[in-house]
Write a protein that binds this ligand. Structure first.
Ligand SMILES: [Zn+2]
Length: 330
């Protein structure tokens, strides 16, 4: 006998990737990762150093006014946003510049924020992450010295973030994280079946999911050069794609269709295994040099296909990955 049974997830009111059902699912992934994944570096009680400037988004209940929180060597949990800069991004009014910096430390007017930013704020509040780092808000865009200092810390910013939120959907910041989709395509079903044995009927279960939820995804973000290091340095990433949300960390690849997750077999996992160092400076896993170089050659092949607005950025954007590797292989 074969029968289909709905999972605990709800399909109703889940027509947007930013539905409360989905954000609850994301919260459960974050909870499991920070509490139970032995290969994921950040423990819940161990908070990271905040970047120099972060957007304080408050919490879900109060939804306080936004402001730029500024200070060196502060401890806290934050999310970092990974998204594509559009062609006209540098001319936009929401950028932090010398002229509005002081005002923004009191309050940030979000009325002209692009949709990706406002969606990311919703995600942070829902997950209980008070601080959000977005490059165009947290780096003074017309201050060359600040840009140089902060961009040199970019690798640490993504490596220390509690969560990276990836805008896998669009080609610029107006695309947003949340999109409407058909929830039936990602809705997971459990399949239970029975078969006879000597001592009676045996019941077994299986997990059925749409193929869309299983196939490797290629997002526009994955074609861009600067997002390469963001992908590999982030300890855990929540991705918003055109069809569903999904999760990647060193211990699990999960999606709406496969909410319990699978062991990762991708380059992110390899990167953590071969390259990343523990906070005490020791290699997370001791592996031989041949495997490490194999990962490096593979990574460089992927990287060489990525696109840059300015070709001169190609080697600069590789800097942090190179630094991590040189430290780990020392
Ligand atoms: Zn994890």
């Amino acid at each position: 006998m074969v029968k289909f049974a709905p999972s605990s997830q709800k399909m109703e009111n889940n027509s947007s990737t930013g539905s409360s059902t989905n954000l609850e699912l994301a919260a459960s992934w974050l909870h499991d990762c920070t509490n139970y994944h032995e290969h994921c570096h950040h423990q819940p009680q161990k908070k990271s150093t905040l970047p120099l400037r972060v957007l304080d988004v408050g919490d879900r209940e109060t939804k306080q006014k936004l402001f730029l929180s500024v200070g060196e060597d502060r401890i806290g949990s934050y999310a970092a946003l990974s998204y594509c800069w559009g062609k006209s991004e540098r001319k936009r009014k929401y950028l932090t510049i010398k002229q509005n910096l002081e005002q923004r430390q009191a309050t940030v007017d979000d009325s002209n924020f692009p949709k990706t930013f406002t969606d990311a704020i919703v995600v942070c509040r829902h997950l209980g992450i008070r601080f959000l780092w977005i490059d165009s808000l947290c780096i003074i865009q017309d201050d060359e010295s600040d840009w140089k200092t902060q961009s040199e810390r970019m690798g640490d910013i993504y490596a220390n973030a509690t969560l990276t939120i990836s805008a896998a959907v669009g080609e610029d910041s107006d695309s947003g994280l949340f999109v409407d989709r058909d929830p039936r395509k990602t809705y997971p079903c459990t399949l239970s079946f029975q078969y006879p044995k000597e001592d009676g009927l045996v019941t077994q279960g299986a997990f059925l999911t749409c193929l869309d939820s299983y196939l490797p995804r290629t997002a526009y973000l994955d074609t861009r050069g600067w997002t390469f290091q963001e992908k590999y340095l982030s300890p855990r990433t929540l991705h918003f794609s055109k069809t569903e949300i999904y999760w990647t960390c060193a211990s699990s690849n999960a999606s709406e269709g496969l909410p319990m997750g699978l062991n990762p077999l991708n380059n992110k996992s390899d990167f953590d295994k071969y390259i990343m160092v523990d906070k005490n400076g020791a290699l997370a896993t001791q592996v031989d040099m041949v495997q490490r170089y194999y990962w490096w050659y593979q990574a460089m092949e992927i990287y060489s296909y990525r696109n840059f607005t300015f070709e001169s950025d190609r080697l600069i954007a590789l800097g942090w990955i190179g630094l991590e590797i040189s430290m780990a292989w020392r």
